[in-house]
Design a binder for this molecule. Structure first.
Ligand code: MG
Length: 440
């Protein structure tokens, strides 16, 4: 126990940080970084002082709480389904486009790399990143929008809240509890946004569970959810507190990952013209740099190298800006982090450049006529399926059709589907309805 505490109490290595900040990362090789990362900062999450799981479990003999969370996520059904869920391009549109799975792996890679340099907990960052999109519907945002419309009168649908529902209750594989029973810190990182209504629901549900657990274990019960030594993952939204730095990092790494890989996929698909990308300064500066350094480089390699440099620049910017924010706000502990404003950040100029890139992607990829056509088809599939299951719940497996709240059960069932399963269910159940033209 004491050796574990010691390793987590190590302060961030200022000198190595400074080297990174000054040299933009080039001053240190990856091998040297690792030694700086052996210590985890005092403001990082520490599995030894985790706020625990919803249902008490004995610790694992060889893994800390966050490693165990990550492993449970990797072994979950919802995680395997990410292979066949759309990021931007439908799964069958090409074998090399990102899926939710490869997107999640890329987020985990970026977040882990940054966490290591900043002295944050890599295991936790990996667990959050791998789980952050578990609640995504088939067909990407089109599927989520359609399901949200179908659920308008029944509490709505939000993929981020759904990711938490997946790990809290929809995965059904352990004898002692439903869900994966992940630690507070992983669940907190998964729940990036939350409406006040859902936050209150979480506080009430988790407080009731907590009181029950305490009475089972013979401990004195708390009387009020605002008691200081207890918190739900919903509490911070009501109290306007920040999540851990690991959670903040995964949120920003998600953005960096999809901006970069959507450009890559957009160029690969032919929907984004490389020349048109010259409108985006963040990309264009690196493209000019690459062209100056390598004459006669193929278009594909030019794109790869420019994207790689763009990605690295954002990573170094996050490291330097976040480190500066941590130092200037003088946070020392995780509690300081929760009471401070957001600390994991871009510099103002990188934030602006990243926003420009986002605007470009929105106008030229997400709103591309070919993508819109696919989107419209996907919306129709999800809406048809929703109506079909509401009309005939017996078409769903017992786990869903036996639930009291039929609309939420249908929503959960559809949200869990892969693109191709949704397509085959649509063909099975809706073939007599109005024919929806497939865009391919
Ligand atoms: Mg994501």
């Amino acid at each position: 126990m004491s050796s574990m505490n010691q390793s987590f109490d190590t302060s961030p290595d200022q000198e190595k940080y400074d080297l990174w900040a000054q040299g933009g990362g080039a001053a240190l090789g990856l091998g040297e970084q690792t030694s700086a990362a052996r210590g985890v900062a005092s403001f990082a999450c520490n599995p030894a002082s985790s706020r625990g799981r919803r249902f008490s479990e004995p610790p694992a003999p060889t893994r800390n709480a966050f490693q165990r969370d990550r492993d449970r996520i990797v072994h979950s059904t919802a995680f395997r389904r990410l292979v066949y869920k759309t990021q931007v391009f439908l799964n069958h549109e090409g074998d090399l486009f990102r899926t939710r799975m490869t997107h999640s792996l890329e987020v985990a890679q970026l977040a882990r790399s940054i966490a290591r340099v900043l002295g944050l907990n890599e295991d936790l960052v990996e667990a959050i990143a791998l789980a952050h999109d578990l609640g995504h519907t088939p067909f990407g945002h089109a599927g989520q929008d359609a399901l949200n419309e179908c659920m308008q009168e029944h509490g709505g649908f939000e993929h981020n809240f759904q990711s938490l529902r997946v790990v809290d209750s929809l995965e059904s594989r352990y004898p002692q509890f439903e869900g994966l029973n992940l630690s507070f810190e992983t669940r907190e990182g998964i729940l990036k946004h939350c409406s006040a209504k859902n936050a209150r629901f979480l506080v009430d549900t988790e407080f009731a569970e907590f009181k029950e657990q305490r009475s089972i274990s013979g401990e004195s019960s708390l009387q009020d959810p605002s008691d200081a030594d207890w918190a739900s993952v919903g509490s911070r939204f009501l109290e306007r507190k920040q999540p851990s730095l690991e959670a903040q990092l995964c949120n920003l790494a998600d953005e960096v990952a999809y901006n970069a890989h959507d450009i890559d996929d957009g160029v690969r698909s032919g929907l984004i013209d490389l020349d048109k990308l010259s409108e985006v300064p963040l990309f264009e500066n690196f493209r000019l740099q690459v062209q100056r350094e390598f004459s006669g480089l193929s278009t594909r390699k030019t794109a790869y190298e420019s994207i790689r440099r763009m990605l690295s620049a954002q990573v170094y910017d996050i490291i330097a800006s976040t480190r500066e924010a941590i130092v200037s706000s003088n946070v020392q502990t995780l509690e300081d982090v929760r009471l401070c404003g957001p600390l994991v950040c871009f510099s103002p100029s990188m934030r602006e450049q990243s926003s420009e890139l986002k605007r470009f992607l929105f106008q030229n990829l997400y709103r591309h006529p070919q993508v819109i056509q696919t989107t419209n088809w996907a919306r129709g599939v999800v809406t048809d399926l929703f109506n079909a299951y509401i009309k005939d719940p017996a078409q769903m497996p017992p786990f869903y059709r036996s639930r009291k709240n039929l609309h939420r059960a249908v929503s959960d069932y559809i949200a869990g589907m892969t693109d191709r399963f949704a397509g085959s269910e649509h063909a099975r159940l809706c073939s007599t309805g109005p024919k929806i033209a497939q865009p391919f």
